[in-house]
Design a protein around this ligand. Structure first.
Ligand code: PGA
Length: 256
């Protein structure tokens, strides 16, 4: 992480915590994160049903709120979906899109992610655009191409004019929820290739400012070595974001 980029430690709660549980975790996080180190930004992304509660409980904390999904249409007959304006009204400034679980279980395509990203950017919400390869692609050795193809397709034609309009999260699927973390060198290799692709698409200056996170079994024990790499600007954290002490410890360690 070069000094001109603010690190981002983002918690992805996935489908965990009902409203009461979310309120409890939000209170614990607000207390544990009462002092966020300089140079680190913190984001929590609870389930949609918990957004308003978490926003209210954490209003005094220096923690940003994000959603885990969005639909690109502004309103209408799209049962079960939430629009950008709805997320904004609940306090969201970020939204995760393209997570491998959305791509795998809900059959979302690069084209879907592109529409979601465009709608979010137009609404002034920052997409946290996820990409990453499955184990067989890693083993075949074609993972850099797989990931950079996702970036090219997912971000094609987006009107990005400043680096803070988008965040990328590289999450190798074989490392998500498995305890199998990519090494810091593995993370750097792909995050560096992502930045080169961003430079090609949006210009070198813009790409230098865009945060590229690593995700996949990131935890207190490995966050420091991950963010020590030049192109790793923080983490998208699943399991370890569900315990206030672990998540807060990652924020502190990232800032050291
Ligand atoms: P994990 O999940 O930290 O539990 O591996 C990361 C993610 O899927 O965002």
């Amino acid at each position: 992480m070069p000094s001109n980029r603010t690190l981002l430690i983002a918690g992805n709660w996935k489908m965990n915590n009902d409203v009461a549980e979310a309120a409890k975790l939000a209170d614990e996080l607000a207390e544990a994160l009462s002092e966020v180190p300089a140079g680190v930004e913190v984001l929590v992304c609870p389930p949609t049903i918990d957004l308003t509660t978490v926003h209210q409980r954490m209003s005094a904390a220096a923690v940003a709120l994000g959603a885990q999904n969005v639909y690109w249409e502004p309103k209408g007959a799209y049962t079960g979906e939430s629009s950008c304006a709805m997320l904004k009204s609940a306090g969201c400034t970020y939204c995760i899109i393209g997570h491998s679980e959305r791509r795998d279980y809900f059959h979302e395509t690069d084209e879907d992610e592109n529409k979601k990203a465009a709608a979010l950017i137009a609404a002034g919400i920052v997409p946290v655009f996820c990409c990453g390869e499955p184990e067989e692609v890693r083993e075949a050795g074609t993972y850099v191409k797989h990931v950079t193809d996702q970036i090219r397709a997912g971000l094609a034609g987006l009107p990005i004019e400043s680096a803070d309009q988008i965040v990328i999260a590289y999450e190798p699927i074989w490392a998500i929820g498995t305890g199998k973390t990519a090494t810091a060198d593995d993370a750097q290799e792909v995050c560096g290739a992502i930045r080169e692709t961003l430079a090609d698409m949006f210009g070198a200056e813009l790409a230098e400012g865009i945060r590229v996170l690593y995700g996949g079994s990131a935890k207190p024990g490995n966050i420091a070595e991950l963010v020590a790499k030049p192109d790793v600007d923080g983490a998208l954290v699943g399991g370890a974001s569900l315990k206030a002490a672990d998540f807060a410890s990652m924020v502190v360690k990232a800032g050291e």
